[in-house]
Design a protein around this ligand. Structure first.
Ligand code: URA
Length: 233
């Protein structure tokens, strides 16, 4: 891989900024200054430092974002701001996209990656990756909801849902809901089919990865390798 491409992708800077860093002699490959932008490196083996700081190689990026209300889960949107615009420069790179969408008014865990194969696998209902939501309702949840959601509901237009797990909380208007799929507006439509209405929705878990409670709305961080292994749990 060309060194300017490596720097641009891994350090989240533009290709021309990478070239400037090289020209200024700020870049070392295995301890030696390299100024030429087309020098080749093996990203898995060579050690690259910029201004003394090691740039570790990540083939793919995996990011958890605590999405705030009012931001859209898209790579581009003419009108509203997108989840990608919330990423700090050091986590930005080409090819990132949100793996699975939340509605504009839904908050919580958005998984952002450039690993298309993993995203595809994660979103496929056959892999049963759980998505857990905290759902605030207009009216108190009723006792029979637990069974109703577990039975595999039919929502408007005759769409069949996979069995979902609903649990009650101390607040009768707040429930937890675990889904294994991601149909359009699914939680809202399921609650409507149950005769209720969602007033607030937040995703707090994807597979075995919980949304980091230290992230306030709009903040994000990389998912650790250890957390990523838990995704399939
Ligand atoms: N279900 C919904 O209705 N909306 C979301 O954003 C996610 C799940």
């Amino acid at each position: 891989m060309r060194i300017d491409k490596f720097i641009s992708e891994q350090a989240g800077v533009s290709r021309s900024d990478a070239k400037t860093m090289l020209k200024k002699g700020q870049v070392l490959i295995n301890g030696s200054i390299v100024k030429s932008a087309d020098a080749k490196i093996d990203p898995e083996k060579d050690i690259v430092t910029i201004g003394g700081k090691k740039i570790s190689y990540r083939k793919f990026m995996y990011i958890m974002l605590n999405k705030p209300d009012g931001v859209v889960c898209a790579t581009r949107d003419g009108l509203s701001s997108t989840v990608l615009e919330l990423l700090p420069p050091e986590l930005r790179r080409k090819g990132l996209f949100p793996a699975g969408r939340l509605d504009k008014d839904t908050e919580g865990f958005v998984f952002i990656t450039d690993d298309g194969a993993l995203a595809h696998k994660m979103l496929s209902p056959k892999n049963h990756v759980e998505k857990e939501y905290i759902v605030t309702l207009e009216k108190p949840a009723e006792k029979h909801y637990e069974e109703l959601f577990a039975s595999g509901m039919t929502i408007d237009g005759g769409e069949e849902c996979l069995p979902a797990r609903l649990t009650f909380t101390d607040n009768p208007q707040i429930v937890r809901l675990i889904l294994h799929e991601g149909k359009y507006h699914q939680v809202k439509r399921m609650m409507e089919a149950a005769g209720n209405k969602v007033t607030h929705l937040k995703r707090i878990r994807m597979g075995g990865i919980e949304l980091d409670p230290a992230l306030s709305a709009g903040q994000c961080r990389e998912i650790t390798a250890c957390e990523l292994e838990n995704l399939w749990e």
